[in-house]
Design a binder for this molecule. Structure first.
Ligand SMILES: C[S@@+](CC[C@H](N)C(=O)[O-])C[C@H]1O[C@@H](n2cnc3c(N)ncnc32)[C@H](O)[C@@H]1O
Length: 408
């Protein structure tokens, strides 16, 4: 596709905005798409894919351009640098550059020559600290995982079984020129093959589906939910998994969705209304009493804890530039505290799922093992570890199913 000048200028300013790290890339994308409603579906796709790739590969591109001063932080990027990054990216993707002055000085031989001396973490375009930590935790698998995390994310739909079914959603989207295919082993999941304005479709407006990665869709299923159960989703956020749980409950029973941020719960409420999920009650966690009051009240507990998000870097490529090593260490302390305190909400004989969207064992299996060592009344029933590049084509997710036993 030959991108029009106006689109390239938008791309340039979007890259500058994202590089300040003052806004997350998805918000920058939303602003630009909203401001350019005349772009075709193809042009929108080019904008989003290219911006995300420029962010994803910024470290490698800066090295290739000989800009070692920008390799460790692109927060000092200016408009000329942003044009050069787009130019280098275009050449490295095997495409030709238009004859415009901003990129006329670039040539592929120079870029490849610079990259020949780049260290592994630069070629993977990962922050040096993350590369070092992941190598320690994941050994030789890290290389494969990092390459998989650098691929653009695919888009998946979870059909809302409270209101529709896979065949009807597929047919409804097909009428709006959006092509989808079923996903093996996941009965309510569709993969989007031909993108369109998904959120404007009739099926979306009527609550017949939600956008949710196929890996993420496997977490609520671990809870082994039966209609009528009492369930708590204690880190519910905007409700991706709460909506799935409500569907598994077939709207029978009770689902308490908790979070420390009211604005996320407000979004959850709107989504629940659209989805026809009547069993959801939201509650803000104001202090430790909110949790203590729910002691042993639930058959199922989901702890989808705050984490590094390293499993979903394909979807949020800028997250690696926002993170630092201290953040991960702090998150590990928080996860441990949430698992210890919030597990009290589970009744004896009940089950708890501890989940993250991280690929780091220190946030996953190691947390669970430490919990089991300190809590002999709990046992590990099952463990799901979806690791891009190793055993999964989807986002990276971890889920451990823990059972609370009576040892009195
Ligand atoms: C991984 S996100 C949850 C995503 C959500 N479950 C979904 O599927 O859309 C983690 C959530 O934990 C919340 N959180 C952070 N600290 C918390 C705490 N101490 N107790 C409960 N929730 C917390 C965050 O606000 C965030 O919404």
């Amino acid at each position: 596709m030959t991108a029009p000048r106006q689109l390239l200028e938008s791309l340039n300013s979007a890259l500058l905005q994202a590089s300040t790290l003052e806004q997350y890339a998805d918000k920058v994308v939303q602003q630009h798409l909203q401001a350019n409603l005349a772009w075709t579906v193809e042009q929108r796709a080019y904008f989003v894919t290219t911006l995300y790739d420029l962010i994803r590969y910024s470290r490698k591109l800066c090295w290739g351009l000989g800009r070692r001063d920008l390799v460790d932080s692109v927060t000092g990027l200016n408009s000329d640098d942003a044009w050069h990054m787009w130019g280098a990216y275009t050449l490295l993707s095997g495409q030709t550059l238009p004859e415009i002055p901003e990129v006329s000085a670039l040539n592929i031989a120079n870029i490849e020559n610079e990259l020949a001396s780049a260290p592994e973490d630069v070629l993977l375009s990962m922050p040096a600290w993350l590369d070092e930590r992941a190598r320690k935790e994941l050994s030789t698998e890290w290389h494969k995982i990092a390459n998989a995390l650098n691929k653009p994310a695919e888009h998946f739909i979870r059909v809302n079984s409270l209101k529709s079914d896979v065949v009807s959603v597929q047919e409804s989207l097909r009428k709006e020129q959006i092509a989808t295919v079923p996903v093996d082993g996941l009965p309510n999941t569709l993969k989007v093959e031909q993108m369109g304005y998904l959120f404007r479709t009739d099926a979306f407006q009527k609550g017949h589906f939600e956008m949710q990665d196929a890996g993420s869709q496997q977490i609520a299923s671990l809870l082994d939910i039966k209609p009528g159960m009492k369930v708590v989703d204690a880190c519910a956020g905007a409700g991706g998994k709460s909506l799935h749980i409500a569907a598994l409950l077939e709207n029978k029973g009770r689902l308490l969705s908790l979070d420390i941020h009211q604005y996320k719960l407000d979004t959850l409420k709107k989504r629940a209304k659209r989805a026809g999920s009547h069993v959801i009650e939201t509650r803000l966690i104001q202090n430790s009493k909110t949790i203590k009051r729910q002691k042993e009240k639930f058959d199922r507990v989901l702890l989808d804890v705050p984490c590094s998000g390293t499993g979903i870097l394909r979807r949020n490529p800028d997250a690696k530039w926002h993170l630092n090593e201290q953040n991960i260490d702090d998150l590990i302390v928080l996860q441990k505290d949430i698992l210890q305190r919030y597990s009290q909400m589970c009744c004896v004989g009940g089950k708890l799922v501890y989940a993250t969207c991280s690929i780091l064992p220190s946030e996953n299996g190691q947390q669970v093992q430490a919990f089991l060592a300190n809590n002999p009344n709990w046992t590990l029933e099952d463990e799901l570890s979806l690791v891009p590049g190793v055993n999964s084509e989807y986002d990276g997710f971890y889920g451990a199913v823990l059972v609370k036993n009576d040892i009195s």
